[in-house]
Design a protein around this ligand. Structure first.
Ligand SMILES: C[S@@+](CC[C@H](N)C(=O)[O-])C[C@H]1O[C@@H](n2cnc3c(N)ncnc32)[C@H](O)[C@@H]1O
Length: 377
């Protein structure tokens, strides 16, 4: 990298040579273009970024006692784009992305329950939180709403009888009120999604048809319904029905004519060892065989309807790019958030229950610990 000063005042520029992985940015004043032409900088070697009005000024560039190296260090210290949390210099793209996230979160009046880098949790009713988010600001939403199937009855799990009550949040309020609930939160999601953004909703037959109708009634355009097949589903105790062994995932786009993201090649050519239905180099189909959460996903206790990380990884990788903002209005133990953290997506999670948010934090910290220990190795 070469740093050049020019003129009797404070015109300076930074040349980013093509060998550098991340360009370095700084401010300069309007006459820099003149400086560039006079100095005959070899443009073909790199890019020159110009911005008007560096507020820290470049007065030091007139200081004849300073070497170029010292001036360069000074730019690094004062004028580069900087991640305030880590104090590291970052690229312009990262800087803009961070400002967008900041802008989104600054519109929310309440303080996050937890925030670390690109992982933010809010404790609230999702309707109250969603109405504070700016419209057209979110790239993708994954929602795993209450299925409203809790009751006083029992089911069989791993050979044991267990209560069907997941929590008060899962109790039905009757078909009409349950539908109104789904309609309202889906309507709130429509407002905050970007026009090209997509929404995923998971559920069983107890809730998924209501959600599907609410999506259509809110002008969403359905893209797929995925059958998530659970190979080891519990047997049916009554022996009067088929054994329920799948859940449905609806995937819909906000704008009927919009161009949504689908990472087709990754889905087709990627490595999906967890799924015996997916054959190498063939298109990914709409039936996914994925086992429920593994033991290590429940190290800190488990959420009663926790989704497997493999499922959320696939959803995040299929429909978002690095840096995208993903929102989960019913975050639970934040499986979506972990899939985002693993794949460099930004995550905003909402849940009403403290105990699930605390579980989310433990899971994230464990993931960071594992990532760091891998880095050291
Ligand atoms: C089906 S669970 C989500 C589980 C999550 N996908 C996971 O992997 O852990 C639904 C969650 O929604 C939360 N919830 C229910 N009603 C809510 C509301 N109105 N606003 C925000 N969260 C809500 C519940 O506390 C529960 O944790």
């Amino acid at each position: 990298m070469t740093v050049l000063g020019y003129g009797s005042e404070l015109y300076w520029i930074v040349l980013v040579l093509s060998g550098l992985k991340k360009p370095f940015f700084c401010h300069c004043e309007e006459r820099s273009e003149e400086a560039i032409s006079l100095l005959k900088i070899p443009f073909n070697k790199g890019k020159i970024y110009i911005e008007n009005g560096g507020k820290n000024g470049g007065g030091n560039f007139n200081n004849k006692s300073m070497s170029h190296r010292e001036k360069y260090n000074l730019i690094k210290l004062n004028l580069g784009y900087r991640n305030k949390e880590t104090n590291l210099l970052i690229s312009e793209t990262d800087y803009i992305e961070m400002s967008i996230k900041k802008k989104i979160l600054s519109s929310i009046k309440q303080k996050p329950y937890f925030s670390k880098d690109d992982f933010v949790l809010y404790k609230n009713d999702c309707l109250k939180l969603l109405e504070q988010l700016p419209k057209n600001s979110i790239d993708m939403i994954f929602a795993d709403p209450p299925y409203f199937l809790s009751s006083g009855s029992f089911t069989c799990k791993n050979g044991r009888m267990v209560s069907v009550k997941k929590g008060d949040w899962d109790l039905s309020n009757g078909m009409k009120r349950d539908f109104e609930f789904h309609f309202e939160w889906i309507n709130a999601c429509y407002r905050v999604l970007k026009p090209e953004g997509t929404i995923w909703i998971s559920g069983t037959y107890h809730s998924i048809y209501q959600c599907g109708f609410a999506l259509q009634a809110n002008n969403f355009h359905l893209l797929n319904d995925i059958a998530w097949f659970k190979p080891n589903a519990s047997p049916n105790l009554s022996c009067r029905f088929f054994t329920a062994s799948h859940e449905t995932l609806l995937w819909a786009r906000k704008d009927k004519k919009g161009k949504h993201k689908f990472n087709y090649k990754l889905m087709k050519e990627g490595n999906w060892p967890e799924d015996f239905i997916k054959k190498p180099h063939l298109q990914m189909r709409s039936v996914w065989a994925i086992y429920p959460p593994k033991k290590e996903e429940k190290t800190f206790g488990k959420h009663p309807t926790q989704k497997p990380i493999d499922l959320l990884k696939r959803i995040v990788l299929a429909s978002t790019d690095k840096g995208d903002i993903v929102l989960d209005p019913f975050a639970g133990s934040s499986t979506t958030g972990l899939a985002c953290a693993l794949n460099k997506r930004k995550f905003i999670g909402i849940d009403t229950e403290k105990k699930y948010l605390d579980l989310s934090i433990k899971r994230l910290k464990e993931l960071i610990r594992k990532q760091n220990s891998k880095l050291k190795i």
